[in-house]
Design a protein around this ligand. Structure first.
Ligand SMILES: [Fe+2]
Length: 361
């Protein structure tokens, strides 16, 4: 039996015919059968396919060997890329700066060795129509008028509705501009030891711009971070006294059907260094105080915030609590054990307790 047609032989013997048959609509199998019939020599469909590919590339001009040559002179301005060593050196410096920047999330402060309080404000949402401004103003005034009280906030200072949610501004009599004025007022009234941003605050950010950071810098906020601040409170003139380690976040991951402090308490168990963990975000309040394996009494706290008659919460079926907008954390550095830190949900009573401790000191 004769050998099968090779692709080269098909191109040499039937190149023009194969193109003609394909133009007439013949498929590969039919072309192969036709050649086999005409030559009494086996021709495979595969050989026809390869011949068609070669013919197509010749037609499209990729086989430019027989085309007239055109002389092209390419003119370029000389350009040299940055040497790779220099590029890497710059990346090393940039990453060092980025790593060093994390220090802004860790602060150590020294306070007088005497009883003091931190009013931990829950999500204010100052520009929300349902922000309980009566309570918020009362609590700010109380903190301002009580000696020895510093302030902190767990974030969501404003709503900052964006995107499709911006339609909610239609239900509010607070303009976006007035929202910023209300935030500024709050930050000017008290000595804020630490403020973190919430998810709502992050919505106001643009490339390279964090308006809450800018506002913090021009008011009485000592330390602001968009997500987390770890504070170590040491004691002036009494460096041997144990510091208080505190983590302030908008939220700690982890939810429980049984208790709103599951997230911060889980962190208290894992962290091993903390005495105080404060969060907001889910608009529910609670406190879980216990002695951890590392021997420290840790207080995991979630404050409720000031949003009332929350349409979103009602739509989702969350029940609305009445208390716990903020908490007063009283620290008496002279004591040890469970009495060193006490958490007060009746803010007025807490302030009275702090005043009593300071007078007795
Ligand atoms: Fe919130």
């Amino acid at each position: 039996m004769a050998a099968t047609w090779s692709t080269d032989e098909l191109l040499a013997g039937f190149g023009a015919e194969i193109i003609k048959w394909q133009v007439e609509g013949f498929g590969r199998r039919k072309i192969a059968a036709l050649i086999q019939q005409m030559t009494d020599r086996p021709c495979s469909e595969h050989a026809v396919r390869r011949a068609l590919v070669r013919l197509a590339s010749q037609i499209q001009g990729s086989d430019a060997s027989d085309r007239p040559k055109v002389k092209i002179i390419k003119e370029e301005d000389p350009f040299e890329e940055e040497p790779i060593e220099s590029l890497i050196e710059r990346r090393v410096e940039a990453s060092k700066r980025k790593i060093a920047k994390a220090k802004k999330h860790h602060i150590r402060v020294e306070l007088p060795y005497e009883p003091m309080g931190i009013m931990v404000f829950g999500d204010p949402h100052v520009d929300n129509e349902g922000c309980d401004w009566d309570a918020l103003r009362r609590h700010v005034t109380l903190a301002a008028e009580t000696d020895g009280v510093l302030a902190a906030c767990v974030g969501d200072i404003q709503d900052n509705w964006i995107g499709r949610l911006a339609r909610i501004y239609a239900d509010s009599s607070v303009t976006a501009a007035n929202g910023w004025r209300l935030s500024e007022w709050m930050f000017q009234q008290l000595d804020w030891i630490a403020v973190v941003g919430g998810n709502h605050d992050a919505w106001a950010n643009g490339p390279g711009v964090d308006p809450m950071a800018w506002l913090s810098e021009r008011t009485r906020v000592m330390c602001y971070a968009p997500d987390e601040i770890r504070v170590q409170i040491g004691w002036e003139d009494s460096r041997e006294a144990e510091p208080v380690n505190w983590i302030l976040r908008h939220d700690f991951g982890g939810r429980s059907w049984y208790h709103p402090t599951h997230g911060p308490h889980k962190e208290a168990m894992l962290d091993g260094r903390c005495h105080l963990l404060t969060a907001g975000h889910i608009h529910q309040w609670g406190q879980l105080t216990t002695e951890q394996r590392h021997g420290r009494v840790a207080h995991a706290i979630r404050v409720r915030g000031y949003k009332r008659n929350d349409t979103y919460a009602r739509a989702k079926g969350f029940f609305e609590q009445n208390f716990g907008e903020s908490a007063l954390v009283v620290i008496d550095p002279r004591r040890e054990g469970p009495g060193r830190i006490s958490v007060h949900w009746d803010l007025k009573r807490g302030c009275e307790f702090l005043t009593f401790l300071r007078q007795a000191a």
